[in-house]
Design a binder for this molecule. Structure first.
Ligand SMILES: [Zn+2]
Length: 238
């Protein structure tokens, strides 16, 4: 991920330099007074291009027959790609929804088979939880997920070691609006917008209960983040 970030910074810096050079050429043909007036515009363009901001939206506990499709529709309307940490037994129940999430360009990743606290399970159970989910997920998407999000964010050194042994990268989050507790749509929106920074991983839920507030909050969050210049990327853990 570090490599990708650096690459993006390099590209955006190159773009900024290119734009500045183009503007510089245009400005140099103008009378001196105009050139001076144009300078702040040039600085503004450079600032916007040189500072890319991005965020990783993640949705846990699906697929859900009721809410996943609604979330997909909103993401599609805003041309945003996200990551879905799915629970294996839900994939088994709704395989077509997992397939749809993948077909729309989102990342589908592993959130265990039945959502146990992974710090409290044996090694055979851990393996079963991860590998069975991998198998059902791959049957729909064609790939084996590299990210593992431990249920409840419960992790320790043993969980980290076991995840690594199965080729997984543990993936937590940095912004948690606790949308699952249904604090109200406006509270969810406010919590996300107050805490989000470039590189943030935002935790929300499309499965596991009534997610109508999350669905209602999502367009407002996307609109506000787009207005702030954020880009949206899925997580792959490569
Ligand atoms: Zn979960």
């Amino acid at each position: 991920m570090v490599v990708v970030r650096d690459l993006r910074l390099m590209i955006s810096t190159a773009l900024a330099v290119g734009l500045t050079a183009t503007l510089g050429l245009t400005v140099s043909t103008e009378p001196r007074a105009t050139a001076t007036a144009a300078a702040p515009v040039q600085a503004t363009v450079k600032q916007q291009v040189a500072r890319p901001k991005w965020v990783y939206l993640t949705f846990d506990d699906g697929p859900s027959a009721r809410y996943t499709a609604q979330i997909l529709k909103i993401l599609q309307a805003y041309h945003v790609r996200a990551t879905f940490f799915e629970v294996g037994q839900n994939i088994k129940r709704y395989p077509a929804i997992t397939r749809r999430v993948d077909q729309l360009g989102h990342s589908v990743q592993n959130h265990s088979w039945s959502h146990p606290n992974l710090t409290k399970v044996s090694w055979p159970t851990f393996k079963y939880q991860v590998r069975t989910t991998d198998r059902y997920l791959k049957a729909q998407t064609g790939y084996t997920p590299r990210c593992l999000r431990p249920p409840y964010g419960a992790t320790n050194r043993v969980v980290a070691k076991r995840a690594a042994m199965l080729g997984k990268k543990l993936t937590l989050w940095t912004v948690d609006p606790a949308d699952w507790s249904r604090p109200g749509t406006s509270v969810i929106v406010r919590r996300v917008l107050a805490k989000v920074r470039s590189g943030s991983v935002v935790l929300m839920h499309d499965g596991g209960g009534n997610r109508s507030q999350t669905v209602a909050a999502l367009p407002k969050i996307l609109k506000a983040l787009k207005a702030r210049g954020y880009l949206f990327y899925p997580l792959w853990c490569h």
